[in-house]
Design a protein around this ligand. Structure first.
Ligand code: HEC
Length: 158
């Protein structure tokens, strides 16, 4: 009985491997990337790349275990949803007001510790943000979000 169950699970594991999510990164114009558009300090660039870009950009680096279903399905869903909410690779396509809004939201989720997702920091120690790193990220995003809003207001006044 137990042998049959284990055999059945093994077969199921093999069969589900044939359902492969798309894990290729879309090609994007680098001019539209957040880092090109706003040119943040190196520290901020590095932290974003380490803690956010796997799910919120078109530069996802898939770990080896992401090749195996059902983990592959779960990770790919995170990447798809993450990009839908916010994609740093296409940041330059957003209207100025939407950019400002996105930046404010980024500051918020970092300050509240909602992002990066806990399941991600378990497996990516480099993405665990110290309180100081959170502060400098939040300060940068609050300031650049505020600056963007100022700019768009000025443009409206002209
Ligand atoms: C493991 C994948 C993953 C990582 C890493 C990650 N996110 Fe997310 N993020 C998601 C997913 C999935 C959602 C949408 C569902 C949700 O809100 O939980 C999301 C939503 C968001 C949202 C929208 C929140 C809302 O309420 O609409 C923002 C802003 C955000 N993430 C910013 C960040 C920032 C900044 C980082 C890096 C510090 C980061 N994320 C790291 C997966 C990720």
């Amino acid at each position: 009985m137990l042998k049959k169950v284990i055999g059945g699970l093994g077969l199921l594991f093999i069969l589900i491997q044939f359902i492969r999510p798309n894990q290729t990164n879309p090609v994007t114009n680098p001019q539209l990337d957040y880092r090109t558009v706003t040119n943040p300090p190196e520290e901020i660039k590095g932290l974003l790349k380490a803690a956010c870009y796997d799910c919120h950009s078109n530069e996802t680096v898939y770990p080896w275990y992401s090749q195996f279903a059902p983990v592959s399905w779960w990770l790919s869903a995170h990447v798809r949803e993450g990009r839908e909410h916010l994609n740093f690779s296409t940041f330059g396509q957003l209207a100025p007001n939407d950019q400002a809004e996105a930046l404010e939201e980024v500051a918020e989720v970092i300050q509240e510790g909602e992002m990066p997702l806990a399941s991600y920091t378990w497996t990516h120690p480099e993405a665990r943000l110290s309180p100081e790193q959170k502060n400098s990220l939040a300060a940068w995003f609050n300031q650049s979000g505020g600056a963007k809003t100022e700019n768009s207001k000025e443009q409206e006044d002209d």
